[in-house]
Unconditional design. Structure first.
Length: 162
């Protein structure tokens, strides 16, 4: 038996929005705009917009893998998307809710997949072949990375190891 089990990644995907909601609890729009990840870093609002847009991308990729045989998955330029969608002037609460809504749709898609469906693959634009299980794992890791970034940016946590 492998440690790479779908239920582990589904559990993570269910939990990370809950953790993110706790980190953001009580954070105002002004605080979320003012708190940045360094002098040239993103604000909490911009990070949340990135999470929302990345969730949409992950969900789109998952649907493509399930609907087509070994599709070439779309990439995107995150800096260009941030400019295009004007992350700096978005609403924190709206971005968070859109992220949660897309996550729920994504989970609804994944729950009940069989072993064959979890093994379906697509071609990631940067890393090559990726299967549904690896995609779900990547979602959880991406979430954790940015939840830590938000917590650190808000002064709620410090990095333990650089």
């Amino acid at each position: 038996m492998t440690m790479m089990q779908p239920e582990k990644f589904l559990r993570t995907m269910r939990k990370t929005p809950v953790i993110l909601a706790a980190v953001l609890r009580g954070v105002t729009q002004d605080q979320a705009l003012a708190a940045t990840d360094g002098p040239d870093g993103w604000s909490v609002v911009e990070i949340m917009c990135h999470l929302r847009d990345y969730e949409e991308l992950f969900f789109r990729r998952a649907r493509m893998i399930l609907e087509s045989d070994n599709p070439k998955l779309p990439g995107y330029d995150q800096a260009e998307l941030a400019r295009e969608r004007d992350y700096a002037h978005q609403d924190l609460v709206s971005a968070f809710q859109e992220y949660v809504d897309t996550r729920q749709q994504y989970l609804n898609l994944l729950v009940g997949l069989d072993e064959t469906q979890w093994a379906r693959t697509g071609i990631h634009p940067e890393t090559g072949d990726i299967n549904m299980l690896e995609l779900a794992m990547n979602v959880g890791l991406h979430d954790v990375n940015h939840i830590e970034q938000i917590a650190r940016t808000l002064g709620l946590a410090q990095t333990l190891v650089n």
